[in-house]
Design a protein around this ligand. Structure first.
Ligand SMILES: Nc1ncnc2c1ncn2[C@@H]1O[C@H](COP(=O)(O)OP(=O)(O)OP(=O)(O)O)[C@@H](O)[C@H]1O
Ligand SMILES: [Cu+]
Length: 768
């Protein structure tokens, strides 16, 4: 499904606004133009490229969402910049641009004191940063720890001296306070100054203002404690975000770095996984992890695929079976042929997908981002009013109200609020991924809870999709073994050209009979969607298809119909071999219901989710299978476009609808559903790519698991927003009534940030 990254920041650049909005946006644009003229003197505009390029930066200093705003504000309206995506958890900035080189971007980021490190640049094809290098960037340097310790001691010292002497403005107190401010708060002051210069109101600016204000009114000890606590809060926040990042990195670490590869001389050697080529032969011993994706060539074993599918029951693997990087070989030795390079393995794609999924922001995340945009200016306005109105209008003392205004400024920091959502969403996405559920966007994770009806395809979804032939009989009631064999051969010849499960079963049945006669040559073969197949054998036209086909050919009879009905009522699927004028042979195939289906459907109903079966198979069979798995609403005889309209009808009736399918003959319906689920995605590239939510294996229980996780995620998001806003609200009141001091406000802000981060991280353990 299309990537719907409605990023609110970009929308200011969108020139197609509804008429009602025009006034406000005109003003915005005028502002941009002014800012543009101010920032880029005419003449230094680089020539722009025709195609867009992409660069990814690692920005170590981007640890609070306010940096995002600063960067966006700075690049706003700059020619050649098309769009930007922020990944706060990974501290990555992705820029789509048309500049001839990334140098201007780098220099602007550097001017913002953000120390960008180029991770990749599509212009030069450079991949600049190894994972390890990127990792060390997240470590807090020793120097910083020492400075913080010094700052903390100085701040406490200032507070103690002031308290014991009763003097807030003695030289000793001021000296200690300045020491605390310059050791602990220099970064904050610097960032605040940069923000001011770029007209971007962020919390570094607010905090700097509060500290300077406190110093101005002679509250030196307080200024010292506030800046120290704030710096400490920033550090703790950065550290706790590391935990979220590591949760995702934890997935990454699961594929071994070395693979045992057979060289040209037949010798087995350990080779770095990164360097193993396609089609190389790799050997895996018991207890080892599979280093790369591939197909087993030799040997037999059982493999624990939990890292991919979340299911730790070992799966039997023998020649021809796929194996996945990161899974654990439990028993035997196998050798297999590599089918994907390391960067392309299923595991690598899962990890990449989880990281990208954050880009598709969850609705709550968008709301919070919007909110934060108005929140800061509003609080600043309130602070100005608090500082000026009471003294001016009521003749109140100036300093106490200025102090209250400063407390308000500290409260204005929206960090807790803005950080709470990405941490929660990332934790949810990572938890799902380790459980074998790949969610392709934060939006699906949050909206999954709204699913009221789930449409399920029958073949391959509710059933194993590997039917076997159960009955074969001549249409003309004759006991002619020779004819029976001859027509089965015709049917199998036609069927062998199709990979539809029914055809596969018919062809396999013929093979299994071990007849000496091979298949016949088929020309003009054609598949008839939702009906069957046709082709010419020995110059004569034959058809193999369902009741619908026989009917449409107008060669059906009440007697044939009765016999088909009888088989279908047993839950079997029937096809008939016909010549152009006569039905010849009836074949019935039966599929097995998935072991996980009954329990999964029951759980869905218990959650209030209506399960609906949509199938191209006939209604009798549909009903029979439905009652085996406990589905009430089963609809048969649906062509692909009928499935699409069925999904539309479900959406009209239930509001939010999911659809589960294999994505082959139900792709339109999958795309139409609010959330499209694909099963068995580990083995299928298309399923992995196109579905909104990909279940790595065939366990239907993952559907209710997903909905439950989505509900949990939503409630954690709500909790976090309530927490963050609630604490702010309380302090807003306390500040105005004069109960709250500056350091209390900083403390509350830090507490709120930590609370929401840890609350969000709880989701990591939500599944299982
Ligand atoms: N290639 C084929 N070979 C044999 N039979 C076919 C073929 N294509 C369709 N049919 C017949 O038409 C019916 C409907 O086919 P269709 O592909 O629409 O649904 P399906 O894949 O069997 O079921 P579902 O919609 O649950 O996946 C099948 O059950 C089968 O009887
Ligand atoms: Cu009929």
């Amino acid at each position: 499904m299309a990537n719907c990254n409605h990023d609110h920041h970009d929308h200011q650049h969108d020139h197609q606004h509804p008429a009602a909005d025009v006034g406000a946006h005109e003003k915005e644009h005028a502002k941009h133009r002014a800012a543009d003229a101010f920032r880029h003197q005419a003449g230094d505009r680089p020539r722009l490229l025709d195609t867009s390029a992409e660069a990814v930066f690692l920005i170590q200093k981007m640890d609070c969402p306010t940096e995002e705003k600063l960067i966006r504000d700075r690049f706003k309206g700059m020619a050649g910049i098309e769009s930007m995506q922020f990944n706060l958890i990974q501290r990555e900035l992705t820029v789509q641009h048309r500049l001839p080189s990334v140098a201007p971007i780098v220099s602007i980021l550097t001017a913002l004191d953000l120390e960008p490190a180029l991770k990749s640049d599509s212009l030069t094809g450079a991949v600049g940063l190894s994972d390890e290098l990127g990792d060390s960037a997240f470590k807090i340097p020793r120097r910083k720890w020492l400075l913080m310790a010094l700052s903390g001691s100085a701040a406490v010292g200032a507070e103690l001296v002031a308290w014991s002497s009763g003097q807030d403005t003695s030289w000793l107190v001021i000296g200690l306070a300045l020491l605390a401010i310059f050791t602990g708060g220099l970064d904050t002051l610097k960032k605040g100054w940069i923000a001011l210069r770029n007209f971007s109101l962020n919390m570094n600016f607010l905090m700097s203002l509060a500290v300077i204000g406190a110093a101005v009114i002679g509250q030196w000890p307080e200024a010292a404690v506030v800046i120290f606590l704030f710096a400490l809060a920033e550090m703790i926040e950065a550290l706790s975000l590391d935990r979220a990042r590591n949760a995702i990195k934890g997935l990454m670490a699961m594929a071994p770095d070395l693979a045992t590869v057979q060289g040209a001389d037949g010798e087995w050697r350990a080779v770095s996984t990164q360097q193993v080529a396609l089609a190389a032969l790799v050997r895996v011993k018991p207890g080892e992890r599979v280093p790369l994706d591939g197909v087993v060539v030799d040997g037999q074993t059982s493999i624990n695929q939990a890292p991919i599918t979340g299911e730790s029951m070992p799966v039997l693997k023998q020649a021809g079976d796929p194996v996945f990087a990161g899974t654990i070989n439990e028993r035997g030795v196998i050798s297999y042929k590599v089918t994907a390079l390391q960067a392309n393995s299923t595991l690598a794609r899962i990890i990449k997908s989880v990281q990208q999924a954050q880009g598709q922001r969850a609705p709550t995340q968008r709301f919070v981002d919007q909110f934060a945009r108005y929140y800061i200016p509003l609080v600043v306005l309130a602070a100005v009013l608090v500082a000026t109105l009471p003294p001016l209008l009521l003749g109140a003392a100036f300093y106490p109200w200025l102090y209250k205004a400063l407390v308000l400024l500290v409260i204005a920091c929206p960090c807790a609020l803005v950080i709470s959502t990405p941490v929660t969403v990332v934790s949810g996405l990572a938890a799902a991924a380790t459980h074998g559920v790949l969610i392709k966007g934060g939006v699906h994770l949050e909206m999954g809870r709204k699913i009221k009806a789930l449409a399920l395809d029958k073949t391959g979804t509710l059933t194993l999709g590997k039917p076997g032939v159960t009955d074969v009989s001549l249409v003309q009631a004759a006991d002619d073994a020779g004819l029976l064999l001859q027509w089965q051969r015709l049917a199998a010849s036609l069927a062998s050209h199709s990979d539809h499960p029914v055809s596969t079963a018919v062809a396999a049945h013929w093979q299994a009979q071990g007849s000496a006669q091979g298949l016949l040559e088929v020309v003009d073969f054609e598949a008839l969607t939702g009906r069957g197949v046709q082709g010419k054998i020995d110059g004569q036209q034959f058809y193999l298809g369902n009741h619908r086909l026989v009917h449409e050919m107008d060669i059906c009879s009440p007697e044939l119909e009765a016999r088909l009905d009888a088989l279908e009522l047993q839950g079997k699927t029937t096809v008939v071999l016909c010549s152009a004028s006569t039905p010849l042979l009836i074949l019935a195939v039966a599929d097995t219901v998935r072991p996980s289906a009954v329990a999964a459907i029951a759980r869905l109903y218990a959650m209030g989710v209506e399960a609906v079966m949509l199938t191209g198979d006939n209604p009798h069979t549909a009903q029979a299978i439905a009652s085996q798995v406990g589905i009430v609403d089963a609809r048969g005889n649906l062509l692909p476009q009928d499935k699409l309209s069925a999904v539309n009808e479900l959406i009209a009736r239930y509001g939010y609808v999911g659809m589960v399918g294999d994505g082959i003959n139900d792709a339109p319906a999958l795309a139409q559903a609010n959330i499209g689920f694909a099963m068995g995605a580990a083995g299928s590239d298309t399923a992995l790519e196109t579905a909104d939510v990909a279940l790595m294996d065939d366990d239907l229980g993952k559907l209710p698991d997903f909905i439950r996780l989505s509900k949990k995620t939503h409630s954690v998001l709500l909790q976090n927003i309530t927490l963050a806003l609630g604490i702010k609200a309380i302090f807003l009141v306390l500040a105005v009534t004069g109960e709250a001091t500056l350091w209390m406000a900083v403390f509350a802000d830090m507490g709120a940030s930590l609370l929401v981060v840890f609350n969000g991280l709880r989701l990591l353990r939500a599944v299982r």
